[in-house]
Design a protein around this ligand. Structure first.
Ligand code: MG
Ligand code: MG
Length: 266
């Protein structure tokens, strides 16, 4: 069942989504070689709690952390670890917050130090595909129009692997609501997009094969061929004409540029 949001609820959701964006921007400021993803997680959790919110992921189906942090061949749902990040790593940080009765849920992939042109392109194209999906996320279209746009740009035009097992989702009082929002599919199919729907669009794109497997930690999803994967996620509200993006990458991108330990020219 799809829960449509009132204007007042959408503003509360914007607050939650923007708090996630701010948490990601704060994380972007401290990423450097040697820092562990466990430290990044602790830092993000403190920031969320200090802003009168709670981390949505902690305790969700017994997930023990505030953030999913997925390095290199880890696609999503990565367990923070005490291993230090290395030059050349790409790090997807996925964060959720719960505030005023609503969840925000956004993700961004950072590149530590120097990365290859091949991986730069993966990051650029994955982020582009998110915005191509958002362009189709308007009243009157269908979920399949978003899915097709993402798949077309990543798989068809660049030969990347689009993960099938994991999808975007409706968002609201629950972290995962209907409808599911896949990153692959046919135009004109699936749930109809209507004003007041809030969804998380989140391309999970692999440099190589689309196939993934569950790590033995029970959570981390990895690419079958060990090649890297990228992940970006925005929360958007369906409107007529143009989607309202509730989260924002502006502060994250500014922090990425200002941090000499992060690559931002991709
Ligand atoms: Mg997320
Ligand atoms: Mg999500």
């Amino acid at each position: 069942m799809i829960h449509y949001k009132t204007k007042a609820e959408i503003e509360l959701m914007r607050e939650s989504s923007l708090l996630v964006s701010k948490a990601l921007a704060e994380v972007a400021k401290i990423i450097k070689p040697g820092i562990s993803t466990f430290e990044l997680d602790q830092f993000a959790e403190k920031f969320i709690l200090a802003n009168n919110a709670t981390p949505s992921f902690k305790g969700y189906q017994d997930f023990p952390f505030a953030c999913c942090i997925s390095v290199n061949d880890a696609v999503v749902h990565g367990f923070p670890t005490k291993d230090g990040l290395k030059d050349g790593d790409i790090v997807s940080v996925d964060v959720g917050v719960y505030k005023n009765g609503f969840h925000g849920d956004s993700a961004y992939t950072f590149a530590v130090g120097t990365i290859s042109d091949e991986v730069k392109q993966l990051l650029r194209v994955t982020k582009e595909s998110l915005y191509k999906g958002i362009e189709k996320a308007i009243h009157g279209n269908r979920v399949g129009d978003i899915a097709y746009a993402v798949q077309q740009h990543t798989e068809k035009e660049h030969g990347y692997g689009v993960v099938r097992e994991l999808v975007g989702h409706g968002l609201g009082r629950k972290l995962h609501e209907d409808p599911q929002v896949p990153n692959y599919g046919k135009r004109g199919t699936g749930a109809k997009l209507k004003e007041g729907m809030v969804i998380a669009i989140e391309p999970m794109i692999n440099l190589g094969t689309k196939n993934v497997f569950h790590d033995k930690d029970g959570w981390t999803i990895r690419t079958e061929d060990g090649k890297p994967a990228a992940h970006y996620e925005h929360n958007i509200c369906i409107q007529r004409g143009k989607a309202d993006i509730l989260s924002s990458f502006a502060e994250i991108e500014a922090a990425e540029k200002a941090n000499p330990n992060l690559c931002s020219d991709y």
